[in-house]
Design a protein. Structure first.
Length: 202
């Protein structure tokens, strides 16, 4: 399937790039995953301390993290795009209560567009074969899946960046930021609190 077919912006799952000061929100999101979801997301069961180290180790000057938030600005879906010299690796997580709404597909589309604009031609995801949700999502997005034992790698070769891909990424970010501003304004009017403290230190 041509990539251009699967890069729409879903107004029900607006994405934005996560800034540095929202690491605690990302940590809270990943800690909210149950043991089985953690195993499927990371390929093995990761402890709370392991997740904290993972979040702390994300290099936002090189990588990108895209998020979808609820009305309280809690992260309900996240995609970590790890940039390498010749490819980029994607990891996606969506909280159980919010699945089936197109959040995973929106995050994957946003990540693919950013990879194109970086000038990187290959996007891949490693996951367990039993991770039916990600396997299905990868197939729907036209990714090729290679299986080796219990592990699977889904990958797609991307076209080069063009004015359309640059504009799509910019518009998606503006919509995501507008969505964030509306939710933050609602919180301010109703006396809600700011970003959560580090869940491991609470």
């Amino acid at each position: 399937m041509p990539l251009e077919v699967w890069t729409p912006m879903d107004l029900n799952a607006l994405t934005r790039e996560m800034p540095e000061d929202e690491r605690p929100r990302l940590l809270a999101h990943l800690l909210a995953l149950g043991p089985e979801d953690r195993r499927l997301r990371f390929g093995h069961l990761l402890s709370d301390d392991g997740i904290a180290k993972y979040v702390e180790g994300i290099d936002l000057s090189r990588d990108a993290v895209f998020v979808v938030t609820d009305a309280d600005l809690a992260i309900i879906g996240a995609a970590h795009l790890a940039r390498k010299e010749n490819d980029a690796e994607l990891g996606v997580s969506v909280l159980p209560a919010h699945r089936g709404r197109g959040i995973g597909a929106a995050l994957l589309a946003r990540a693919a567009g950013r990879v194109r604009n970086w000038g990187v031609r290959v996007l891949f995801m490693n996951c367990l074969v039993e991770n039916a949700t990600m396997m299905s999502l990868a197939r729907k997005q036209g990714m090729t899946i290679a299986v080796s034992g219990a592990d699977a790698e889904a990958f797609v070769k991307l076209p080069r960046a063009d004015l359309a891909s640059l504009a799509t990424d910019a518009v998606a970010e503006h919509l995501g930021l507008f969505d964030h501003a509306l939710k933050a304004g609602w919180q301010a009017l109703h006396g809600s609190h700011g970003p959560p403290a580090d869940p491991l230190k609470a």
